[in-house]
Ligand binder design. Sequence first.
Ligand code: ZN
Length: 81
Amino acid sequence: MMNLHCKEKARLFLAHETAGAAFEDARSRLTAQLDTTSHKEFDRLASAVKDALNKVENARKALNQHVAEHNCLVLENSMTT
Ligand SMILES: [Zn+2]
């Protein structure tokens, strides 16, 4: 298990997880409707995916920055890329 002794890190990690789940959700909605959706709806879904991805990236940056500054380290494999 991860060491979540740092509350701020735990909060940021959770925000990243939540953003990641929202992104997966938006992406699967988009791919599920690829063949059937209208152009307009496709654009809407595609931009929702893009927004969600931005949130994931921001959350990851915030997390990485916190860990770098606070030295509260080690988020196992999933965060190494
Ligand atoms: Zn910390």
